[in-house]
Design a protein around this ligand. Sequence first.
Ligand SMILES: *[C@@H]1O[C@H](CO)[C@@H](O)[C@H](O)[C@H]1NC(C)=O
Ligand SMILES: *[C@@H]1O[C@H](CO)[C@@H](O)[C@H](O)[C@H]1NC(C)=O
Length: 177
Amino acid sequence: MATLWGHLFVWIGLWHILQVRGIAKFTNVQCFAVDEKFANFSRCRLYAVKRDVVEMSLIAKVLHWPKRPVSMRIQLLKRASGYKPFLYNICQSDLCEYLEKRNHPFVNIIFNSFTNRTNVNRCPLPAEIMLEHFRFPVKALELLPLPSGDYALFITFSFDSQERALVKVYFTLTEYR
Ligand SMILES: *[C@@H]1O[C@H](CO)[C@@H](O)[C@H](O)[C@H]1NC(C)=O
Ligand SMILES: *[C@@H]1O[C@H](CO)[C@@H](O)[C@H](O)[C@H]1NC(C)=O
């Protein structure tokens, strides 16, 4: 009998742990068409779908894709009296080459998480790039466990050593196990 109760309590405990899922959601998104001849953004916003569920939609028009490689920098930042660099600051010198090879673990986690929600696959990219109804990819946290906190992900596209377009995505993780 004692062991039966013991098992039961272990089960209840386990069930409770599995149920206690934190909140992981986007809190803001900002898009900057630094070089308006390169690209512009006709949509860059979040939609509150229901309590604690937020979707992101972006639409960017690529006006002129250069002959030179377009590089992409991905920076993760965590808030601690201002946003400070945290764990990742990665530069892929050629976005098209990356899309072909998919050879960076951290960048893969990000790109794989929105495969279903975007028309970005490989080069040449469509003239209108979209990311639609994208919810925070909680599964990505299994591959990339992050402590609770407020985060930002800055994605910068450059060529000829000049920043051309920048997307800043902010998100918050609360008690996510
Ligand atoms: C983006 O650029 C295109 C072509 O110049 C223009 O037709 C469109 O209105 C621009 N969109 C925005 C949101 O600025
Ligand atoms: C893509 O969408 C399909 C159908 O909605 C779903 O079964 C699949 O798990 C999704 N894949 C990813 C990587 O989200």
